[in-house]
Design a protein around this ligand. Sequence first.
Ligand code: 5GP
Length: 139
Amino acid sequence: MTYDDDNIFAKILREEIPSSRVYEDDDTLVFMDIMPRADGHCLVIPKTPCRNILDASEAQLAAVMRTAQKVARAVMVAFDATGVTVQQFNEADGGQEVFHLHFHILPRHADVSLRPPGKMGDMAAIQAHGDQIRGALGR
Ligand code: 5GP
């Protein structure tokens, strides 16, 4: 399996398609998921290419996990969450749809199920939720 430079997240990294960015450092980028399964659903990706954890380097994994922890803590504050789900899929049969390594960060609340996948979110709401995460990261 080889990395395809034309995957959607590579295009987001190159700013060829828009995204709602909430955080970046030298090695990672975080942006809002366009089909959020929970308010505040965002994605953490490495800035360098790899498909998933099967071909990622230790350095890519370490950088992404560092950022995932930072953002998981921020969404707890931003959404007054009582839990956070971190999801990651590998290859099509593992549930992966976009083949650039990413971790889903999903703020959770008691008795609130994740919404079904594949439904476009309201862009204004997604933007507002991104602002909330940025705010919590800035504290
Ligand atoms: P996975 O590959 O882990 O199954 O999921 C890919 C995720 O990327 C999905 O949650 C989907 O909603 C999200 N996604 C797909 N296309 C886009 C896009 O163009 N922009 C953004 N921000 N998210 C996307």
